[in-house]
Design a protein around this ligand. Structure first.
Ligand code: ZN
Length: 175
């Protein structure tokens, strides 16, 4: 796939007429809502978009995205890299009232003028394919973390019970 950055906007009047396609990347920092779900700002998403019109002259966007994103493991809160890969088909509509006119099974994407914001479209797809819960594959990641803390505590010479075990810390917080 191309490594070039996808432009901010494509002109919908041209791109569907020419049945164009768009291949490139979008850096995470261009997608603020998605970025908020990540532990780090580094990285990008690889994107492929094809623009066409179907028999009923509906404007169709066929797309693919691929990214590797750093999120927090919901067990140990450390970073875990998750792979996101998604294909989607969208129908471009002018306004919400046009959605009813769509043929199944097309998901609508509303674009009120001629400027299609590609990063916003991709951001929405990324948010949709982001797992609700992400954890390390290793089910023992929390235990491992506890083990490390215990080891560090011994090295530091700090031997307070609460520093040995994350559950003990949680209990302290609860109390
Ligand atoms: Zn973990």
């Amino acid at each position: 796939m191309s490594k070039s950055e996808i432009p901010s906007y494509v002109d919908t009047r041209k791109v569907f007429l020419q049945e164009g396609n768009l291949v490139g990347t979008i850096v995470f920092s261009r997608m603020k809502r998605f970025q908020e779900c990540l532990l780090e700002n580094q990285g990008n998403v690889q994107v492929e978009l094809e623009f066409s019109a179907n028999k009923s002259k509906q404007r169709i966007i066929i797309g693919k995205l691929k990214a590797s994103a750093p999120v927090a493991c919901q067990r140990c809160l450390e970073a875990v890299q998750i792979d996101l890969e998604e294909s989607f088909i969208l129908a471009l509509v002018r306004q919400e009232s046009d959605i009813d006119k769509l043929e199944e099974p097309l998901d609508p994407w509303i674009c009120e003028d001629h400027k299609l914001d590609v990063a916003a479209l991709i951001e929405e797809q990324l948010l949709l394919c982001l797992p609700i819960v992400s954890t390390h594959d290793d089910k023992g990641c929390l235990t491992n973390l506890g083990y490390d803390e215990q080891k560090n505590a011994t090295i530091d010479g700090a031997s307070q019970d609460s520093s040995k075990n994350p559950f003990a810390i949680l209990k302290t917080l609860k109390d």
